[in-house]
Design a binder for this molecule. Structure first.
Ligand SMILES: CC(=O)N[C@H]1[C@@H](OP(=O)(O)OP(=O)(O)OC[C@H]2O[C@@H](n3ccc(=O)[nH]c3=O)[C@H](O)[C@@H]2O)O[C@H](CO)[C@@H](O)[C@@H]1O
Length: 369
C-alpha cells in the first residue's frame, strides 16, 4: 500500500499517524509512506527522526479576530494545496490519511480534488476545524470517541479508537527507571502536560515539590521542552530542593516504553494521552486544558470519569495541595489504584490501529468498485 500521511502542529496529531504506519507495515510489509507536514510544526523534527520520508509545506492557522493575517493564511493554504497536488502526483498514493492540524487540511483537500481515496482520523470527542472541513469529501472517517460520531456524516464514520493505543498496548518494554537513577521496585508517578507541557501543571508541581520529596513513591516530572529552564529557575529562586525520588525532564522521546513501566499519571486530557492511558490501564489524574476548541479536553476526560476510570482536577482548582491529595489517594492506596486500573482497562481500544487499517482498506476498495 502507498500511503501519504499528514497531520501536524502538535504531538497529539502526529503520533497516531506514525502508529498507524507501523500497523500498516505489519499487515503489508512492502508499504511505502510519505509524511507531509508543516515546516514550522514539531512534525518536522519528530517524523524525520523515525526515518520516514518527510515533505514540508508552509501553512498557518486562522486568527479568530478579523485580521490581515487571514488573507495571508488563505494564500498560504491555496499554495499548499497546489504543492500537495504535485506531491500526490509524484508519489501516487493509494490513499491519503489526515490526522488533524492545518497542514492535513491542505494535503487531504488536494487529494479529494484529485479523486484519491481519503481517510480522516479524529482523536478528540469534539471534531477539530480541519476534520470538519474535510469530512464532506472524505471517503471514510475514523473516530476515537463514540460521542464524536454524531458530529460527522453518518454512513462513513466508524469508531476505531486511536492507533497509538495499539502501539503502546503491544510494546515489550525493556525500559528501566535506573536509566534515570531511580529504582524499579518502587511505584512511579509520571507527570506531563501533553506534548508541549502545561504551565498550570508545572506550577502545581513546584508548589507540591517539598511534599513529593518526602514520599515513598517516585515522581518523574516532564515540563515540556520550552518550559524546562523556567521550572528549574523557579525551583532555584524559591530555594526548593529536589530529592532523590524526583526527576525533572524537558521531554521523553521513548514514551511508549516509559508508560509501560508507569504506575500512575498526572496529565492534560489530550486525546492521544488518554488513548495511551486507557490502552495500558494506568490510573490517572487528568487536568483538562481550558484553552482548546469546544472545550474538548474536558469532554475527553468526562468519558473516563463517568466510568470511574480517572480522577479530574479542574484547572481552576489545581494547586500543590489539591495535586498531592489526588496523587496520594492513588499512590498511597493500593485498593483505589487497582480499582481504577481495572476500570480504565475496560474503556481502552487496544486494536485501534487494526480497526483504522480496515477502514482504510474499505476506502481503497470502494474507490476501485
Ligand atoms: C493544547 C492542545 O491543543 N492540545 C491538543 C493536542 O495535545 P497534545 O499534542 O498535547 O496531544 P495529546 O495529549 O493527545 O498527546 C501527547 C502525545 O505526546 C506524547 N509525549 C508527551 C510528552 C513527552 O514528553 N513525550 C511524548 O512523547 C504522549 O505520549 C502523547 O502521545 O492534540 C490532542 C490530540 O488532537 C488534543 O486532544 C489536545 O487537546
Amino acid at each position: 500500500m502507498r500511503v501519504i500521511l499528514s497531520g501536524g502542529g502538535t504531538g497529539g496529531h502526529i503520533y497516531p499517524a506514525l502508529a498507524l504506519a507501523e500497523v500498516i507495515k505489519q499487515h503489508e510489509p512492502d508499504s511505502e509512506f510519505l509524511y507531509v507536514g508543516s515546516e514550522r510544526g514539531v512534525e518536522s523534527n519528530i517524523v524525520p527522526a523515525t526515518g520516514m520520508a518527510f515533505d514540508k509545506l508552509s501553512v498557518q492557522g486562522f486568527k479568530r479576530s478579523l485580521s490581515l493575517d487571514n488573507v495571508k493564511t488563505v494564500n498560504l493554504f491555496l499554495r499548499a494545496v497546489k504543492q500537495s497536488k504535485k506531491i500526490i502526483k509524484d508519489f501516487k498514493p493509494d490513499v491519503v490519511v489526515g490526522t488533524g492540524g492545518y497542514v492535513a487540511g491542505a494535503v487531504v483537500y488536494a487529494a479529494q480534488r484529485m479523486h484519491i481515496p481519503t481517510v480522516i482520523h479524529e482523536q478528540n470527542s469534539v471534531a477539530g476545524v480541519t476534520n470538519k472541513f474535510l469530512a464532506r469529501g472524505a471517503s471514510k472517517i475514523g473516530v476515537a470517541f463514540d460521542v464524536a460520531k454524531q458530529q460527522f456524516p453518518a454512513g462513513k464514520v466508524t469508531l476505531v479508537g486511536n492507533p497509538r493505543a495499539q502501539q503502546v498496548a503491544h510494546i515489550v518494554s525493556t525500559f528501566s527507571w535506573q536509566t534515570l537513577g531511580l529504582r524499579d521496585d518502587k511505584s512511579t508517578l509520571l507527570i506531563f502536560g501533553g506534548s508541549q507541557g502545561a504551565p498550570a501543571i508545572n506550577s502545581a508541581v513546584i508548589e507540591a515539590m517539598n511534599t513529593f520529596n518526602l514520599r515513598n513513591y517516585q515522581v518523574v516530572v516532564v515540563t515540556g521542552p520550552k518550559r524546562y529552564d523556567n521550572v528549574l529557575s523557579q525551583l532555584n529562586s524559591q530555594g526548593i530542593a529536589v530529592a532523590d525520588n524526583v526527576r525533572i525532564l524537558p521531554y521523553i522521546d521513548n514514551m511508549p516504553e516509559v508508560l509501560a513501566k508507569t504506575n500512575a499519571i498526572v496529565s492534560r486530557a489530550g486525546a492521544t494521552s488518554i488513548a495511551e492511558i486507557t490502552a495500558l490501564g494506568i490510573p490517572s489524574i487528568l487536568v483538562p486544558s481550558l484553552h482548546v476548541t469546544g472545550n474538548h479536553q474536558t469532554k475527553n476526560a468526562q468519558s473516563l470519569v463517568d466510568d470511574g476510570a480517572a480522577l479530574v482536577i479542574a484547572e481552576t482548582d489545581l494547586n500543590g495541595e489539591t495535586l498531592i491529595t489526588a496523587v496520594d489517594s492513588l499512590l498511597l492506596n493500593d485498593k483505589a489504584s487497582e480499582n481504577m486500573a481495572a476500570q480504565v482497562a475496560k474503556v481502552g481500544i487496544p486494536d485501534a490501529g487494526d480497526r483504522l487499517y480496515n477502514l482504510i482498506q474499505d476506502a481503497i476498495l470502494e474507490k476501485k468498485d
